[in-house]
Design a protein around this ligand. Sequence first.
Ligand SMILES: *[C@@H]1O[C@H](CO)[C@@H](O)[C@H](O)[C@H]1NC(C)=O
Ligand SMILES: *[C@@H]1O[C@H](CO)[C@@H](O)[C@H](O)[C@H]1NC(C)=O
Ligand SMILES: *[C@@H]1O[C@H](CO)[C@@H](O)[C@H](O)[C@H]1NC(C)=O
Ligand SMILES: *[C@@H]1O[C@H](CO)[C@@H](O)[C@H](O)[C@H]1NC(C)=O
Ligand SMILES: *[C@@H]1O[C@H](CO)[C@@H](O)[C@H](O)[C@H]1NC(C)=O
Ligand SMILES: *[C@@H]1O[C@H](CO)[C@@H](O)[C@H](O)[C@H]1NC(C)=O
Ligand SMILES: *[C@@H]1O[C@H](CO)[C@@H](O)[C@H](O)[C@H]1NC(C)=O
Ligand SMILES: *[C@@H]1O[C@H](CO)[C@@H](O)[C@H](O)[C@H]1NC(C)=O
Ligand SMILES: *[C@@H]1O[C@H](CO)[C@@H](O)[C@H](O)[C@H]1NC(C)=O
Length: 647
Amino acid sequence: MRDSADNGPPEIVIDFGQNVAGILNINFAGSQNKTDGLPGLRLAFSETLEFLTNRSDFTRSDNARGEDKLTNGTDQIAVQNEPYTWRDLLGCQFEQQKVCSDGLHGFRYVKLWLEGLPSDAPYISSTGSIAISSVRLEWSAFLGTPESFTGWFECSNEELTQWWYDGVYTVDLGTDVFLANETEPRDARSPSLEGKQVLFDGAKRDRDPYVGDLAVASLTSYLSHDFAESTRNVLEDLALHQRADGWIPPASINNYSLPLFDYPLWWVVCSVDFTMYSGNTSYVEAYWPAILKVIDEYYPKYMEKDTGLLVKSAEMGYGDYAFLPRSGPVTYYNALYVHTLRYTSTLAAVLGRTDDAHRWASRAETLSKAVRKHNFDSRVKAFYDGGSCPNDKAGTYCDVHAQDGNSLAIISGIADKNTSTQILDYWHKAAARPYGNAFYDSSVLSPDDQFADRVYAFISYFELQARLMTPGASNSAFDEISRLYGWMSSHDPKITMWEGIGPNGSAYQGAFTSMAHGWSTGIVPLLSNHVLGVVPTKPGFKRWRICPVLEFGDVSWAKGEVPTPHGALGVSWAKRGHEQVTFNITVPHGTSGVLCLPEIGLRNRNVTVNGAPVAPDTFTQSRFGIEEEIPGVSLGEGAYSVMMGVA
Ligand SMILES: *[C@@H]1O[C@H](CO)[C@@H](O)[C@H](O)[C@H]1NC(C)=O
Ligand SMILES: *[C@@H]1O[C@H](CO)[C@@H](O)[C@H](O)[C@H]1NC(C)=O
Ligand SMILES: *[C@@H]1O[C@H](CO)[C@@H](O)[C@H](O)[C@H]1NC(C)=O
Ligand SMILES: *[C@@H]1O[C@H](CO)[C@@H](O)[C@H](O)[C@H]1NC(C)=O
Ligand SMILES: *[C@@H]1O[C@H](CO)[C@@H](O)[C@H](O)[C@H]1NC(C)=O
Ligand SMILES: *[C@@H]1O[C@H](CO)[C@@H](O)[C@H](O)[C@H]1NC(C)=O
Ligand SMILES: *[C@@H]1O[C@H](CO)[C@@H](O)[C@H](O)[C@H]1NC(C)=O
Ligand SMILES: *[C@@H]1O[C@H](CO)[C@@H](O)[C@H](O)[C@H]1NC(C)=O
Ligand SMILES: *[C@@H]1O[C@H](CO)[C@@H](O)[C@H](O)[C@H]1NC(C)=O
């Protein structure tokens, strides 16, 4: 690089080809300065070209105050005259906070230009020349290699297959060691997390593990590399910071005090998921008292006597996953509580804790009735969001409906099949956008933020799951996935999945938006759990269910493996029109389960297992506590070829 008087300082832009996370290294071949002060180089990082400017799209100092604030948006180097390797560590080259950099970055592009900050005088000069021999990255995150994949997925639709791997890559980028100098500076540093593997929310920010995010990101982690340790470290650490009233903090930020109302429930859901996937029942036994405090002490305090509904009052000042300006008998909080009660009740039954199982199942039933009675808007045929409109002191339901409450109402069994179909039809009509389904059907709550044009892949996961669970709705899931993941995968930085999408498919919070956010990787569990169809029904896949959705857009075959503590559970299915479906299943030692034989309009439903005709059984499966009848065959350890239809 040479100095030039013509068109501003000389600059180069390096494109790493995809989003990455780590510590940038620059091998300098030397530098020359004509006056006092070493030649200065400034660096701006960005996940997208759109926000690649003369300051980083986001850098740690943006959230820092006082002594923690080292930069004003760019990293600085005073390049030495002799060849050496510079590493982008957090800190300053000289005393009194001169020539500083913010350290680790999540980025795709980095711009370097010859300039010294006036405030870095006398150490730095804006004239001279700098020679760079090479640039490399010290990769910081989980490195996914062919050997590290203990689970995989492939299907006849190449885009879906690609998105499965893109989702895994997104979570890999956020799987890293927690270090005080690489996390969010707003009081997120934590001695009890220091040095441990965790699952961060995003690669670029906040680089703090949030438990709601894990409701999706951990599933991606279990299903791809079977890496449960990062999740367990986070769950255990948050449990150790449980408040006396039962509330569990969402993350270490603000010294474990960020007030979110929904995240303690997600902590419970994630604890059950962890137990189901990892089979580590010692974890859940150790933290059962924490679960009891959340479910039986914290939330019941906020249940209103008259209606029986869970109510968040505005005075509490609590937010949720999207810091939404709503309070009252919000459907989402109620439905998430029902979901938690039912899911945890299933685990309690398996663990022989029958009293807890019954108490929670019965509370879920009562609360479900209350939600149906009070919160359903029979005019549009969907649940109200549940809060009142801004400035409405009367406290009547605002005429607004949300994706979160409606999706969770379906998943938790509050809505029956017919109601679920009506809700999903309404939601498609009201909220479909070219880049996914919006999370509100109106922007009345927050006109400036245009909620009716905002899409969260995170909360869309639950809507998509609802579509895949509701008979007749699976093709609508394919349509929504094609819009949502099709949009992100075709827009910069591609491959990685975004924290949120705003009007016109934009990054919803501009440059600040994290473009690699693990909570948006629902595509991985959706494909593995619903299209491959594998779900654990007892801890550690001791028992499981294989219920693939066979009507899913143009998908005519799917295959893959799901890692279990007993070995991989392999599934391959292929359909031939309305004639035949075949399944090859490999069941690991010490496990057993049911292969569902779904109704997909086959001409005949003759079934053979390894060539021998069998009569399918009917199984009663409990899914989140809802009993349902499924025709299927029972399978234990071994390899099977199952055929349904015409030979
Ligand atoms: C370049 O700057 C360094 C550090 O300030 C100084 O020691 C050196 O003398 C300068 N070189 C020239 C040629 O001025
Ligand atoms: C970036 O450029 C803008 C406009 O050219 C200027 O106002 C601003 O001060 C620059 N910021 C930095 C960090 O150099
Ligand atoms: C940021 O810029 C302001 C205004 O130029 C300056 O006062 C301050 O010292 C700078 N801070 C850092 C950390 O560089
Ligand atoms: C943070 O500190 C650790 C040592 O505790 C060090 O290995 C690492 O490189 C530092 N990271 C940055 C970005 O400075
Ligand atoms: C964080 O909170 C704990 C418990 O309230 C307290 O002991 C500790 O000093 C706080 N840490 C900081 C950095 O404020
Ligand atoms: C299971 O969880 C317990 C309690 O959290 C932990 O001490 C143990 O190391 C875990 N076991 C494995 C195999 O990860
Ligand atoms: C559900 O809808 C079907 C078809 O419209 C109807 O026949 C059935 O009675 C409905 N069931 C309930 C419980 O409303
Ligand atoms: C979205 O596009 C419309 C039409 O092109 C435009 O008027 C509007 O300003 C855009 N909004 C944003 C946030 O980009
Ligand atoms: C099942 O395995 C057989 C034998 O390897 C193979 O011919 C068939 O294509 C497989 N079917 C599926 C659906 O994978």
